[in-house]
Write a protein that binds this ligand. Structure first.
Ligand code: HEC
Length: 278
């Protein structure tokens, strides 16, 4: 079998052996974090090496990107993951799968949920016009393309927001489920938890804080927090309705209420005092 070796930073184990018992316990959590953070699948590279697995044709009754029935040439994404990653080395219950797309969009979901939902990695659109691999996607009047990979499910409702359908997908990462929680949780002020949770669920796929998160939109905290150069009330209004500020804005209107937006801004103000140099 061609399983890649998961790079555990071995030198850390040496440092580890000099620590007292209590410290050892703490260190172990960190080591698991390091080990898991190393797991990455470069899908184009696997395709080049003919390692994606056995292909098949799948039919998606109501494709959420094309809004109609679609057929794709695809491979089983769960079989691919099981072939490439030794899942006995990680704890799937506490691991998330992060999808990296060409434009910096970075959605994620629990690994266990992903694996058991029979996901497929589509690599070609059966209905594509002659000479093309994919039918174009029309979004906000712009023509786009799903290539090189698109995650689809045959037995999951497209309305169930727990499932992610990333296209333009290039890489898959496995990370500890609580990675962003540890770094971004407002530990010093628990009242901000609502704003944090909203941010984590609605914004983190496109924006980073201290370098953690998607890159489709700008980093919001470092070196300057948006709360330092926007007027607070305008920032709140922008988050509710970006198109009322900028023509052809690339940030969608997310259905956030003014009250929720204020909670997010309060959280962003807190994070501006908790910057981490990148
Ligand atoms: C689908 C991706 C996406 C999501 C989700 C998203 N944004 Fe954005 N956001 C963008 C993009 C792209 C821009 C750049 C906008 C432009 O100028 O076209 C942006 C711009 C911004 C800006 C302005 C930054 C500046 O200084 O110019 C703020 C503030 C912001 N987003 C906050 C948020 C918050 C808070 C959320 C969650 C409630 C959020 N965004 C969700 C993509 C996204």
């Amino acid at each position: 079998m061609n399983k890649p070796i998961i790079n555990i930073i071995i030198s850390s184990f040496f440092i580890f052996s000099f620590l007292s018992c209590d410290q050892k316990k703490e260190q172990k959590v960190e080591l698991t974090t390091i080990a898991q953070a190393e797991i990455k699948l470069d899908l184009l590279d696997l395709q080049k090496k003919n390692r994606l697995g056995k292909d098949t044709v799948v039919t998606i009754a109501n494709d959420p990107v094309y809004h109609k029935e679609k057929k794709y040439n695809a491979v089983s994404a769960s079989v691919l993951i099981k072939n490439e990653i030794d899942l006995t080395k990680i704890d799937p219950k506490n691991t998330k799968i992060v999808f990296e797309c060409i434009d910096g969009y970075k959605p994620e979901m629990p690994l266990e949920l992903f694996i058991k939902s029979n996901p497929y990695l589509a690599f070609k659109d059966v209905d594509a016009p002659k000479g093309a691999k994919w039918e174009p996607i029309i979004k906000n009047g712009n023509e786009m393309n799903a290539e090189p990979f698109y995650i689809v499910y045959t037995s999951v409702s497209e309305k169930d927001s727990r499932y992610k359908w990333p296209y333009n997908l290039v890489k898959i990462y496995l990370e500890p489920l609580n990675k962003s929680t540890i770094e971004l949780f407002p530990l010093k002020n628990k009242k901000l938890e609502t704003g944090y949770t909203l941010f984590k669920n609605q914004c983190l796929t496109c924006h980073s804080i201290n370098g953690i998160g998607g890159t489709m939109g700008p980093e919001l905290n470092f070196p300057k927090s948006v709360t330092e150069y926007w007027k607070e009330n305008e920032l709140v209004d922008y988050i509710v309705n970006p198109a009322s500020f900028r023509n052809k804005v690339k940030m969608p209107t997310l259905g956030i209420t003014k009250q929720q937006s204020q909670e997010i801004v309060d959280y962003l103000k807190y994070m501006s005092e908790n910057k981490k140099k990148l």
